[in-house]
Design a protein around this ligand. Structure first.
Ligand SMILES: NC(=O)c1ccc[n+]([C@@H]2O[C@H](COP(=O)([O-])OP(=O)(O)OC[C@H]3O[C@@H](n4cnc5c(N)ncnc54)[C@H](OP(=O)(O)O)[C@@H]3O)[C@@H](O)[C@H]2O)c1
Length: 333
């Protein structure tokens, strides 16, 4: 059996250590589909796993990487055959199952999605869980009657992967999008190029303390949680939706029921890991068709290999990175 390279997370005592190991297919968890990995990408969760700054892995050692794209090498499930171009996002890879930061992967057939026509293996990882999640937020908000006429959409953490793609998606869908960022002084032009109508410095936001403040936003896409999400619940207009995606600032949310019962505001949970398969496939079809991103080239700001992962993940956890980082394995398109 041929050895291949994989970034695995090990537990040694109370600490976790990431290193590139030479492993074989039998070192991976069982699964019906073996994939020659072409690309992966770094999501916030991956950065936490690789740096050991968050408890992401549920078993050790495990290959990190919650996303991958590649070419099927073998499959015991008749849905897939060698040569098929496929992707996996979430579905517990890079957490309780071995993930995408490796030259080869073995995954359950239920997690595998064919790469939709109109996107290639690199495109789908430029989008990755980040873009899939932003698209889930758009889908859920539209289903709950969000319209451009209700007012601007606030997007927090917009220089990150999810936020940047949300700017592109929501602005293309006809919404006026306001980017609320910690990097307004350095990345305002970048955010406007992605579709932001206005750029607001997060440091200058007056959070207020009343159960409801002046209503500013038609809706919001939140990647931060904590005080920022609390403030959004107080400042979204009647019937607006908030897609709650992330916790880059805090996992806490301290609000009251007032915005919900007096303004009809909805807090929509956005969860990208265990998504029913029909939704998963439908969202990828949207991303390859009517929701095709206009600024994918601009959103991808760097590409690393397995050896470059630790440094790139340290920077992402520190919140200093911008856009999406691709991880190149075979590099096939
Ligand atoms: N629900 C789900 O299924 C799901 C899926 C994907 C991601 N997520 C979560 O969504 C969030 C964003 O993910 P991502 O992949 O886009 O991450 P990312 O690329 O690392 O971007 C995070 C952005 O948040 C802001 N930020 C970072 N640290 C911060 C801090 N301490 N305080 C305030 N703002 C901070 C920064 O934006 P600015 O400098 O522009 O403010 C940063 O660029 C993460 O919490 C991630 O875990 C959830």
């Amino acid at each position: 059996m041929t050895a291949f390279r994989a970034m695995r997370i090990h537990q040694e005592g109370k600490t976790t250590i990431a290193r590139v190991d030479a492993i074989e297919l039998d070192d991976l968890n069982p699964g019906e589909v073996v994939i020659r990995v072409a690309w992966s990408g770094i999501n916030y969760k991956d950065a936490l796993a690789v740096t050991g700054k968050g408890r992401i892995m549920r078993e050790f050692p495990k290959v990190a990487g919650i996303d991958l794209s590649g070419i099927v090498a073998e499959s015991s499930d008749p849905t897939f055959k060698p040569g098929d171009r496929v992707l996996v996002t979430g579905c517990n890879i890079g957490e309780s199952l071995d993930g995408g930061f490796a030259q080869m992967a073995r995954v359950p057939a239920s997690a595998v999605v064919p790469v939709p026509d109109g996107l290639d293996l690199r495109d789908v990882m430029a989008i990755g869980t980040a873009g899939f999640t932003a698209a889930m937020a758009l889908r859920r908000m539209l289903e709950n009657h969000q319209t451009p006429e209700m007012g601007p959409i606030a997007v927090t953490g917009p220089t990150g992967g999810v936020g940047g793609i949300a700017l592109d998606l929501f602005s293309a869908a006809g919404f006026e999008v306001h980017a609320i960022t910690g990097k307004a002084d350095t990345h305002g032009e970048y955010l406007k190029a992605l579709g932001a109508h206005a750029v607001v410095a997060r440091q200058a936001v007056e959070l207020g303390s009343k159960p409801m403040e002046k209503a500013l936003w038609g809706g919001a896409v939140d990647n931060l949680g904590g005080d920022t999400l609390t403030w959004l619940t107080r400042t979204v207009r009647p019937w607006g939706n908030i897609g709650s995606i992330g916790l880059a600032q805090s996992h806490l949310l301290e609000t009251t029921v007032m915005p919900f019962i007096l303004r009809g505001v909805s807090l929509l949970g956005i969860h990208s890991v265990d998504v029913p398969r029909p939704w998963r496939e439908a969202i990828w079809q949207q991303l390859a068709g009517p929701w095709k991103l206009r600024h994918l080239d601009r959103l991808v700001t760097r590409t690393v290999d397995l050896d470059g992962l630790p440094a790139a993940c340290e920077e992402q956890v520190a919140g200093t990175t911008v856009g999406r980082t691709l991880v190149e394995l075979s590099g096939e398109r």
